[in-house]
Design a protein around this ligand. Structure first.
Ligand code: N01
Length: 501
């Protein structure tokens, strides 16, 4: 028996594109990608604030199946990365499978299928649901008194409006993650003034983020695809050093931390400003910020660092707890994302009426980043515990997509109708994760977006080889498979409950 699985992928960002391509290469033809945005690219579509740059070298920050030789900079701008994603979809024939402007508002499982409803009320029924909905997706709006009363322009960086004028204006920026640092650096030269409101300073590694990639390098790599592929592999291997630095205490970690301290000491000479900029936790504990221009921007006469807490936002600016009022025309929220809201606000209902919110009351929990007990035939790509900040996201997404494709293949061959990870396997994986988090730098005492409300660190604490091993092939004893849908009371003929082996 052979039948084609009907598959829906939600999201056309990095993970959705990687999955759509992988499934196409594996010969799956009934695949649709549902994307709520008006373009592909995910975070690179939604984020378009001034100064947006990727702090991962572009020769690594790309799909293995769509190498791009001629990046204009070593660390490309957001705009160029977004163009790359659109080109990949067009060039590889994925665009025809992608439905833009389609927001899935609910996904409900019953009798072996998922029914998805979009914002227009249109429904589709599929056998498998793949959630590639991203981590850095839902903007976090701070709960500041008076925020709604601000009479100037108020904008979150992840919803930047190109009509906003900042040149010649008094601009306030709240937040100092990778985004806040980039946006302050970009706006400072044109604005009348920039006031940077910083609750907890970050360590900032100096790097020449704007250096061009030599044109000759692009030409050579384009003409020599095998060499290009070797370069990509070399970057992938080199990124293993980063994974090692953050997961294992060693001289390498200490060296990078010393470099972060040196970056501050050498660039900020004023001892008072340096003190204000010195974090009270170890470098690398939060997602590391990299910049070649932030400290310089901050030392301009028209830029001010404010570390006093924000008491309230008024119609004309921000009042800090010391009673000072900072007059502003534009207020930029660089306050990050609700990073643990995976898949939400979509209403996801799994087996026996279990909602995702119920399943995750104490925080997101998945098996090997991709499967959730209670949610048969649903997989996530770059789901909980994904390696943001240590291992290539594109590589992780491609591995996960190939892993999922193996289940789809079994469905196609008629070997399974439904597949669901067991609670016990998920628990075991979570225990492994918790155990491995111990020596990581993320566990050295800082607050960061990596932490869930329950205090768990939502990251991948293992190395790349472990990820490749865990996602090489499904470990059958960790799943229950059936040839009839879950949720049917009577055991139907042909019932094939997988026996752990
Ligand atoms: O967000 P963040 P981000 N009052 O969560 C502050 C990726 N990225 O958008 O630390 C005052 O890091 C908050 O303060 P605190 C990258 O993975 C990549 O900057 O909580 N401040 C913090 O300073 C990155 O890590 C690139 O005390 C408030 C800031 O807002 C991830 O995106 C570029 C506040 C939030 O920092 C997120 O970065 C850009 C409040 N009420 C982003 N609430 C690349 O180059 C929050 N803050 C690849």
């Amino acid at each position: 028996m052979s039948r084609e699985p009907r598959v829906a992928i939600i999201g056309a960002g990095i993970s959705g594109i990687a999955t759509a391509y992988t499934l196409r290469q594996a010969g799956f033809t009934d695949v649709v990608v549902l994307e709520k945005g008006s373009d592909v690219g995910g975070v690179w579509h939604w984020n378009r604030y001034p100064g947006l740059t990727c702090d991962v070298p572009s020769q690594l920050y790309q799909f293995s199946f769509a190498p791009k030789a001629d990046w204009s900079r070593v660390w490309a701008s957001g705009r160029e990365i977004q163009r790359y994603h659109r080109d990949v979809c067009d060039r590889l024939g994925l665009s025809e499978r992608i439905r833009l402007n389609t927001e899935v508002v609910s996904a409900e499982y019953a009798d072996g299928t998922w029914t998805l409803t979009d914002q227009r009320g249109e429904r589709i029924v599929v056998d498998f649901l793949i959630c590639a909905t991203g981590v850095l997706h839902n903007p976090a709006i701070p709960d500041l008194p008076g925020l709604g009363d601000f009479a100037g322009r108020l904008v979150h960086t992840a919803r930047w409006d190109d009509e906003i004028v900042t040149d010649g204006r008094r601009v306030g920026v709240i937040g100092t993650g990778s985004t806040g640092v980039q946006v302050v650096s970009a706006l400072a030269p044109g604005a009348r003034s920039v006031t940077h409101f910083v609750r907890s300073p970050q360590w900032i590694l100096w790097a020449p983020m704007r250096i061009p990639q030599p044109r000759i390098a692009g030409r050579v790599l384009r003409r020599a695809p095998r060499l290009h592929s070797r370069v990509y592999d070399a970057f992938l291997r080199a990124s293993g050093i980063l994974a090692d630095i953050v997961t294992t205490p060693s001289w390498r970690r200490r060296a990078v931390q010393a470099y972060a301290r040196l970056s501050l000491r050498l660039q900020v000479r004023d001892p008072r400003l340096r003190e204000m900029l010195t974090p009270d936790y170890q470098p690398l504990c939060k997602r590391q910020v990299v910049s070649g221009s932030y400290y310089r921007a901050l030392q301009r006469a028209d830029t001010e660092l404010v570390t006093d807490g924000i008491a309230q936002v008024t119609p004309t600016g921000v009042t800090t707890v010391d009673g000072r009022h900072h007059e502003l025309d534009v207020l930029v929220l660089a306050t990050g994302f609700r990073t643990h809201d995976y898949m939400r606000p979509m209403h996801v209902v799994g087996r026996d009426g279990l909602t995702l919110d119920q399943a995750w009351t104490s925080g997101p929990r998945a098996y090997r980043m991709t499967a959730i007990p209670g949610f048969p035939n649903l997989f996530t790509v770059l789901g909980p515990n994904s390696p943001t900040g240590s291992i290539s996201l594109q590589h992780s997404a491609e591995l996960t997509a190939r892993y999922i494709a193996q289940w789809l293949e079994r469905f196609r061959r008629g070997e399974v109708d439904t597949v669901e990870v067991t609670g016990a396997a998920t628990e075991r994986f979570q225990e492994q994760v918790a155990g491995a988090m111990g020596p990581t730098v993320w566990n050295t005492g800082c607050s960061s977006w990596y932490l869930t409300e329950g205090g768990a660190i939502d990251l991948w604490p293992f190395d790349r080889a472990t990820m490749e091993r865990m996602l090489a092939a499904p470990d059958e004893s960790d799943f229950e498979t059936r040839t009839r849908p879950f949720g049917q009371d009577a055991t139907p003929p042909g019932f094939d409950r997988h026996t752990p082996g």
